[in-house]
Design a binder for this molecule. Structure first.
Ligand SMILES: NC(=O)c1ccc[n+]([C@@H]2O[C@H](COP(=O)([O-])OP(=O)(O)OC[C@H]3O[C@@H](n4cnc5c(N)ncnc54)[C@H](OP(=O)(O)O)[C@@H]3O)[C@@H](O)[C@H]2O)c1
Length: 415
C-alpha cells in the first residue's frame, strides 16, 4: 500500500476529488478495480483503494426499476476526509419517495462515483464505522461510529468517503448496537422534537396530560410512545386493524408494553363509542389531550383533531394515506387549535447542535434500556449480494402491514 503522504503529494494542486483522482492515477475508470490478494480471504486494492458497492439511481421511478448496484474504488482519505464502512442503514418511507421523485428534497445526480450516467446514492440514514482518516482529521479515529449530519448524503453503500464535517461521532458506542445507532437520527429525533417543541407541557401535571397519534406502529410512533412514557405524558395510539382480532390484540399489547396508555384501531376511532372512551380515559376532559401527531391524513387526521383540548396543536409530519387533511372550521374558530407541520431534515439543517444533542439524549435512554429497538426486517448485505435483491427489499418499504422496518446490514468486510 502506498503511504498517505505519497497520496497527499500526488493530489496536491488539483481540484479533483479523491475518487476521480484515484481513478486517473490508476489509469482506469473509477468503477473498475484490480486487487492484489493479501494473506487470507481479504484483499487490498492497488494504491490503498477500498472497494465499494453503492445502490444508486440515475432517474426517478419505482426502486425495483431504477436502483442498481454500482461498484467503484475509493482512494485513501486525505486532508479531512474519512473512509467509512456501512454497519446498518434503514429503508424509510421518505427514501422511497425520494427515489420516486415525489419528495421535496432530491439529492443531485453526480458523476463522482464513475457511473455511466450521473447518479445519486439512495438512503438518508445509517450508522458507519470509520476505517481510515486523512491526516487533517481532528475528531474521528479508526473504529469510531458515525451518523450523517444531514440527510441526502447517500447511506445505501458498503463504503463511503466523506468529509469529517459531514459526520456526527457517536461519543460512547459502548452498550449500543449498529441498529440502535443507525436508526436514531430520523424517527426518534422527529418524535422527540414534535413532543418538545410544539406544546408547552405543564410539567407540574406530569401524568395528567395526553398526546394522541396515528401511525402509532411506525418508527416515529413507537418513539413517541416511549418518550411520552419517560416524560409523564399519557398516549392514545391509533393503529390499523390487523387481519385477525388476535393479531390486532397482539399489536395493541406490544405497544402497551412500550408504555402506550391506550391503543385503538382506526376503525374503533371512527365509530361512536370512541368519544365516550376518550371521555372516560381523560376523566371527562380534566386531563387534556394537548398534542396530536399525524402521519396519516384524511378522516383519520380529522378524528384526531376533534379529540384535542382548546388551544392545542396538531403536528402533521407524514401523509401515509395520501389523503388531504380536512378540518371542520369550528376547530379553528371555537377551539383555537393550531395546525403545524414538521420536517426533520429542514429542522436538522437549521439546528445541527440541537440535533446532535437530541441524538445523544435518545442514545442515553437506549443505553439505559428505556428505549427499545424497533422491529426490523433485517436484509443482510454481503459483498456477493446482487443489486436486484437489494432493490426488491427497498421496494417493499411502502407495503404496509409489515412485521418490521427494512434495514440493510452490511456484513461483507473490506475488499
Ligand atoms: N416529517 C418528518 O420529518 C418525518 C420524519 C420521519 C418520518 N416521517 C414520516 O412518518 C411516517 C412514518 O415513518 P416511519 O419511518 O416511522 O414509518 P415505518 O416505521 O416505516 O412504518 C410505516 C407506518 O406507516 C403506516 N401506514 C402505511 N400505510 C398507511 C396507510 N395507508 N394508512 C395509515 N397508516 C399507514 C404503517 O402502518 P401499519 O403498521 O398498519 O402498516 C406503519 O405504521 C411516514 O409518513 C414518514 O414519511 C416524517
Amino acid at each position: 500500500m502506498l503511504s498517505r503522504s505519497f497520496f497527499r503529494a500526488a493530489t496536491q494542486g488539483t481540484r479533483q476529488s479523491g475518487l476521480s483522482r484515484a481513478a486517473s492515477l490508476a489509469g482506469r475508470a473509477p468503477c473498475a478495480s484490480s486487487t492484489l490478494p493479501v494473506q487470507g480471504r481479504r484483499s487490498i486494492s492497488v494504491y490503498g483503494y477500498t472497494q465499494s458497492k453503492a445502490l444508486v439511481y440515475s432517474k426517478y421511478g419505482e426502486p425495483k426499476d431504477v436502483l442498481s448496484l454500482h461498484k467503484h474504488s475509493i482512494s485513501a482519505p486525505h486532508g479531512t476526509q474519512v473512509n467509512l464502512r456501512l454497519l446498518t442503514a434503514p429503508m424509510n418511507p421518505a427514501d422511497v419517495n425520494q427515489i420516486q421523485g415525489v419528495y421535496p428534497s432530491k439529492p443531485p445526480f453526480v458523476s463522482t462515483l464513475g457511473t455511466s450516467e450521473p447518479a445519486a446514492v439512495g438512503g438518508n440514514e445509517g450508522a458507519f464505522e470509520v476505517i481510515s482518516t486523512g491526516a487533517g482529521v481532528k475528531n474521528l479515529s479508526q473504529g469510531d461510529w458515525v451518523v450523517m449530519k444531514k440527510t441526502g448524503q447517500g447511506t445505501w453503500r458498503t463504503h463511503a468517503q466523506m468529509d469529517e464535517s459531514q459526520l456526527i461521532r457517536i461519543e460512547n458506542k459502548d452498550g449500543l448496537t449498529p441498529l440502535q445507532v443507525g436508526t436514531v437520527s430520523v424517527n426518534p429525533v422527529t418524535a422527540y422534537r414534535m413532543i418538545r417543541d410544539f406544546c408547552e407541557w405543564d410539567w407540574m401535571r406530569a401524568g395528567e396530560e395526553w398526546l394522541i397519534q396515528n401511525g402509532a406502529n411506525s418508527g416515529v410512533g413507537r418513539a413517541a410512545i416511549q418518550l411520552g412514557r419517560e416524560w409523564g405524558i399519557k398516549t392514545i395510539n391509533v393503529v390499523r386493524q390487523r387481519k385477525t382480532p388476535e393479531e390486532t390484540e397482539a399489536l395493541k399489547q406490544e405497544l402497551k408494553d412500550l408504555g402506550a396508555t391506550v391503543v385503538v384501531t382506526e376503525e374503533e376511532m371512527l365509530t361512536g363509542p370512541f368519544r365516550d372512551m376518550i371521555k372516560e380515559a381523560t376523566r371527562g376532559g380534566r386531563e387534556p389531550i394537548r398534542l396530536a401527531l399525524n402521519c396519516v391524513g384524511g378522516k383519520n387526521a380529522t378524528a384526531l383533531a376533534k379529540t384535542l383540548a382548546p388551544d392545542s396543536h396538531m403536528v402533521t409530519y407524514g401523509a401515509m394515506s395520501k389523503q388531504p387533511v380536512a378540518l371542520p372550521s369550528g376547530l379553528l374558530i371555537f377551539k383555537n387549535l393550531v395546525f403545524d407541520g414538521f420536517w426533520v431534515s429542514r429542522w436538522g439543517d437549521k439546528n445541527p447542535m440541537l440535533k446532535e444533542n437530541t441524538i445523544k439524549d435518545v442514545l442515553q435512554l437506549t443505553r439505559a434500556g428505556k428505549f427499545k429497538d424497533i422491529p426490523v426486517d433485517d436484509v443482510k448485505w454481503t459483498w456477493q449480494t446482487e443489486g436486484p435483491e437489494l432493490a426488491e427489499s427497498v421496494q417493499g418499504t411502502l407495503g404496509g402491514y409489515r412485521s418490521g422496518k427494512g434495514v440493510l446490514t452490511y456484513t461483507g468486510g473490506d475488499e
